[in-house]
Design a binder for this molecule. Structure first.
Ligand SMILES: [Zn+2]
Ligand SMILES: [Zn+2]
Length: 362
């Protein structure tokens, strides 16, 4: 009751708006502004590294739109609609991801979770198109969240263009992407893009400390390991095996940067073997490698003279890792894709105490 009448008096500023979103104030502000002024775009593209909050931002945007209690883009998070969004069972909201449902008959279709799909398929997009043309069931809009849009099959991305070009007025499309370069430029240009960036480590540590109730040292470590991404920081805390996996991956990146071709190819074979059974862990490893080479790029740009790696080399490495992820998801022969990456990665001098080897000399 009081919340309805005196919303400005409810709670501290961060919880009063209930978006409960850390960092990237510009993103929240711009979405709230769009909602309150009636200028919501029909398609959004949220971009940024894994764990930066793209999914959470999508969730809050939807809650702000469907909330039964709070006006002015402030989701209450307590009403039936807000709760349904939180648990993922709202009838007019669909999440499209790798391995989702499809309504095309035949044994090859139904739910692509069972067939080891590595990309969002064209039949899933065709389904989106069909469902999008129907009037919403309960909510004022039908909302689709494509997670992750950079994992769309090429033909699927082309099919999506049709919906993006002439969207039914009752449809809102929210796409999430980590690697914008792998999106079709035509898809990208038809969305309103909101780029989410990692937080300053100190600010993230403070946020994690209060959210997780951990001590200062732990919070600082999590913030560092999460590279400033709130969601990743929380995951690292709740899943120690993820923390270990990422630590190992970063150490491997360090070791392989100075390793010879034989070592690199052995590693490629191991990773390729893992790809068939633990795809998630291989993608997680590649994500760590991107961060590792991003750090080298940062060093090259900010500490000239003291670098093991030039900026163009680091950029080359980043492209190689991104390309390999693409090839793996496109079902290219995984070992070959990983070996090509190993050849593309620059060879750096070992850190002090390690022996440098050229890959050509092994
Ligand atoms: Zn609500
Ligand atoms: Zn299908």
């Amino acid at each position: 009751m009081t919340a309805m009448n005196f919303p400005e008096m409810e709670g501290p500023p961060t919880s009063a708006d209930n978006w409960d979103f850390h960092g990237n104030e510009h993103a929240v502000a711009s979405l709230k502004h769009a909602i309150t002024t009636g200028h919501l775009s029909h398609a959004y593209l949220f971009t940024g590294p894994a764990g930066v909050g793209k999914g959470k931002l999508a969730k809050r945007l939807i809650q702000a739109l469907v909330c039964e209690k709070e006006p002015e883009a402030r989701p209450c998070l307590e009403c039936r609609s807000c709760k349904h969004i939180e648990t993922g069972d709202a009838p007019d909201i669909e999440r499209i991801a790798i391995g989702g449902v499809c309504d095309e008959g035949g044994p090859a279709h139904k739910d692509h979770a069972a067939d080891g799909s590595t990309r969002i398929r064209i039949c899933q997009v065709r389904r989106l198109e069909r469902v999008a043309s129907l009037a919403p069931y309960a909510a004022p809009r039908r909302i689709f969240v494509i997670d992750a849009a950079d994992d769309l099959q090429r033909e699927a991305a082309h099919a999506l263009l049709k919906t993006l070009e002439e969207p039914p007025s009752s449809v809102l499309l929210i796409m999430l992407a980590t690697d914008v370069d792998s999106l079709l430029p035509t898809v990208r240009s038809r969305c309103q893009e909101i780029a989410l960036r990692p937080m300053q480590h100190a600010a993230l540590a403070t946020a994690l400390k209060s959210r997780l109730g951990v001590d200062e040292l732990t919070a600082a470590r999590l913030a560092r390991e999460a590279h400033g991404c709130f969601g990743l920081g929380v995951r690292l805390h709740t899943d120690p095996s993820l923390s270990m996996l990422r630590e190992t991956a970063a150490a491997d990146a360090e070791r392989l940067a100075a390793a010879g071709r034989n070592d690199r190819f052995d590693y490629a074979a191991t990773l390729a073997g893992r790809w068939s059974k633990e795809r998630g862990s291989v993608l997680e490893t590649l994500d760590c490698w991107r961060w590792w080479w991003r750090d080298r790029l940062h060093e090259a740009a900010h500490t000239p003279g003291a670098t093991r790696c030039s900026a163009p080399e680091a950029v080359r490495a980043l492209r190689a890792v991104a390309r390999t992820r693409e090839h793996l998801l496109a079902n290219t022969y995984p070992q070959l894709a990983l070996e090509v990456m190993m050849l593309d990665l620059p060879v750096l001098a070992a850190r002090a105490g390690e022996e440098a080897r050229s890959p050509l000399m092994v």
